[in-house]
Design a protein around this ligand. Sequence first.
Ligand SMILES: N[C@@H](CCC(=O)N[C@@H](CS)C(=O)NCC(=O)O)C(=O)O
Length: 261
Amino acid sequence: SSLSAGTGGLVLYDLTSSAPHNKEFSPHCVKTLMDLKLLDVGYDRQRLTFTQVRTDLAKRVGDNAATVPTLELSDGTHLQDSWLIANWLANHHPKGNALFPFPSSRPFAASLNAWGRSNFAAQLRSLTRPPIHDSLTGESKIYFEQVKVGKQKLEKMRAMTQAERDQQIQNCIVALEPIQDALAAVRESHNASAGSLSTVPLWLEGDQEPTHADFCVYGWYVHSRSTGPTITREIWHALPLVSQWVNALNAWAGNEITKDF
Ligand SMILES: N[C@@H](CCC(=O)N[C@@H](CS)C(=O)NCC(=O)O)C(=O)O
């Protein structure tokens, strides 16, 4: 991979479940993994459990509230937060513009981040938390149950009926409708201007390559994968353009990234 002067010697601190699963399930870390792939930046990837984030990483960055993704720069400073990292890469990498190629790219990606947190995640949460808890071990499992979610809430999620689960799945599909609409709009404007013979755009901003906007949504797809293949398929392959987009991004991400989902 091509290292430029500004982006050499990077360390990415990323979240994982405990060995032997080593699952990638953090919606925010996925954005950074994909940003770095788009720019073909080399880095040392340090995959941490919740407990390691709360102890080792917090100590390293000198912040008890440390979160991942955290990017450590070659001068030892740290960028915590996927949005800050994306903007730093955009400003410091020679091809950084690819993350936010248009004047509308930052507001668009920011709106997708808000959609993820306040809209999609609210519907998905009760489906992902029990299986994520299952994939953890030791201190991380206890932390997730008692501090992050709460024992009673987790038990309530586990006790959901099939009908309640199906309702949550339907709510997730409804929450994905604006994404389907955005993909449809990109195609429409492509067909209006470029004609039907040129390649149909696959990505949310209609460009040749995916952009940070795509990664903001893809992070939630990866997070959904913790529910297992059946629920993932029900949610993400219900709407045809979203389904195509997911398949295209999985292929683009490649096995090195997708093997951990
Ligand atoms: N604003 C942050 C959110 C990061 C975040 O919430 N990270 C979670 C993992 S997805 C975390 O580090 N959690 C550690 C903990 O809960 O102790 C971003 O987008 O980077």
